[in-house]
Design a binder for this molecule. Structure first.
Ligand code: HEM
Length: 501
């Protein structure tokens, strides 16, 4: 009897000792974390909170209102570096344009690699181009040059025009029954269909709706908890991605067959297939192989394109509508240019778009004034010296602020002024070091020419095919992070041009 009591006392004691041990270790770790942040911040002489919540840091404040959070952080040092602490990690917010360029140019397994989302590799696949670096990445990007030639961009414009016109028509019809429409959703649908049609149009065909619903499932995972368990958004996204890649693999097989039979490229995939087939032949003659030429790898890369082309373009389409509705004087000048260049609403061509000087100025200014991808977050892979005082500690987050750069140098930077991009003022060239909307360095956006053309095509068509009006609310001037930036609302009504003249 006495022995049993002794045993249970022992058990109780050892159980509690384990608990006590774990608790002490946890407290020590949290203390160490805080002290490490404190000493690093002090030695680096950086502005930022001195102490933050253990482990969580400022994450709650950040999730509650990301725009306010990052704006407050930016104001700590509008052209420099400031510190914070997020989910157990030292975080540097970098606003100085020269430092942002230095970070984005310094891409390697020992310095900085993109940090998208805790589950990004599960959602997008570990081979996603954004995570690549070194010679393999360089070789793949070289192959993409064939996708954005004048000829290719001209073929895409015809496809873009067809899609944009059909969506404008739909918006006009919908507004006859119900208005206003929240345009961020409608721009997302437009952009998704444009990308599918331009990238792999003839090969997705009947399965377009399925494709869209899988795509939306995958994107939802980016704003969900990183929990991989049957039924969670991450779980669903993982399997939806597999279905998308399988469908695209089939598209690659068909495109290879079509191009090998001497077909003329009809979409971005065809242009790439044409180039890859040439590369495979050249490599075979030199006894090499092409790492990305197999059907699965090509399908995965097409998927990377679809994702990379989505969010930022959707945000820019929404900003185009919002800013044009808010600046009728600018819209009028766009319409005048369109009337002059396309008096009978002639179909778009590469040459026509090239001559749309003012419309292009407006698009460039939209991209500078509201750069949709406001940050390109990076993981520090080692201790990396940044300035004389600051060494970025291994394991920290680095947030190069594209938006801050776009506001540096430009006179009256906070004013929406498309004339700054005119051939006379050329601020896009004068301050190109700060105009970093598409990033810089080894990962600079491969689709920038296409993205600009897409926005010009959209603005050219929306300004000539319909009249639109924005319904303002108290929130209309607020900005939200999703995680690209959007106007908090963009409620609009569309009417066909001929119906209101
Ligand atoms: C307004 C629209 C767009 C904006 C603002 C934008 C911006 C960006 C930015 C900031 C990056 C990261 C650059 C860096 O890390 O330095 C990027 C990468 C990328 N973008 Fe875009 N993008 C847009 C549209 C597109 C489109 C339409 C495509 C495809 C046709 C595309 C394809 C890509 C790809 C593939 C990458 C990854 C490149 C790599 O990692 O090597 N983007 N983009």
């Amino acid at each position: 009897m006495q022995l049993t009591e002794f045993d249970s006392f022992n058990k109780f004691l050892s159980g509690n000792l384990v608990f006590l041990g774990v608790s002490i270790a946890l407290v020590c770790y949290l203390l160490f974390e805080q002290l490490r942040y404190f000493w690093w911040k002090r030695s680096s002489k950086l502005p930022g909170p001195s102490f933050t919540l253990p482990f969580l840091g400022s994450i709650i404040e950040m999730v509650k209102n990301p725009y306010e959070f990052w704006e407050k952080q930016r104001l700590l040092d509008p052209q420099g570096v400031s510190a914070n602490f997020l989910v157990g990690r030292i975080t540097l917010f970098v606003t100085d344009s020269a430092l942002v360029r230095a970070i984005l140019n310094n891409n390697s397994a020992k310095t900085f690699l993109l940090a998208l989302h805790p589950s990004a590799r599960l959602i997008l696949g570990k081979n996603n181009i954004a995570f690549m670096h070194g010679p393999e990445h360089k070789e793949l990007r070289k192959s993409f040059l064939a996708l954005f030639t004048r000829k290719a961009l001209g073929v895409y414009l015809t496809l873009q025009e067809t899609t944009i016109k059909s969506h404008l028509q739909r918006w006009i019809e919908l507004c006859k029954e119900k208005s206003p429409l929240e345009m961020s959703f409608f721009c997302r649908d437009l952009n998704l269909e444009t990308s599918q049609y331009v990238f792999a149009g003839p090969y997705i065909g009947e399965r377009r709706d399925e494709f869209c619903s899988w795509y939306i499932t995958v994107t939802k995972a980016f704003i969900s908890a990183p929990v991989f368990f049957p039924g969670t958004n991450l779980w669903k996204a993982y399997f939806a991605r597999k279905k998308i890649v399988a469908l695209l693999e089939n598209a690659v097989i068909q495109s290879k067959r079509y191009m090998a039979d001497g077909g003329s490229p009809r979409c971005l995939l065809d242009f790439w297939t044409q180039r890859v087939l040439e590369e495979v032949e050249e490599a075979a003659q030199q006894g090499r192989s092409v790492s990305y030429a197999n059907n699965r790898k090509m399908a995965e890369t097409m998927m990377d394109f679809l994702f990379a082309s989505q969010d930022a373009s959707t945000a820019s389409l929404t900003w185009t509508l919002a800013l044009m509705a808010d600046h009728p004087d600018i819209l009028k000048r766009v319409q005048e240019e369109q009337k002059r260049l396309r008096p009978n609403n002639e179909p778009l061509s590469f040459e026509l778009v090239e001559n749309m000087t003012f419309t292009r100025q407006v698009v460039k200014e939209i991209l500078r004034y509201r750069p949709p991808a406001v940050m390109v977050p990076q993981n520090a892979m080692g201790d990396v010296p940044l300035t004389d005082n600051v060494t970025v500690p291994k394991g920290s987050f680095v947030m190069p602020s594209i938006w801050s750069c776009c506001m540096q140098g430009f006179p009256e930077a906070y004013k929406f002024d498309p004339d700054r991009m005119s051939p006379e003022r050329q601020e896009d060239i004068k301050y190109r070091q700060n105009f970093l909307t598409f990033g810089i360095g080894p990962h600079v956006c491969v689709g920038r020419e296409y993205a600009i053309n897409n926005l010009i095509a959209f603005l050219a068509l929306v300004s000539t095919e319909c009249q639109f009006e924005r319904y303002r609310t108290k929130k209309s001037d607020d900005i939200i992070y999703l995680p690209t930036i959007y106007p908090a609302d963009c409620l609009m009504k569309f009417v066909k041009v001929s119906a209101c003249q």
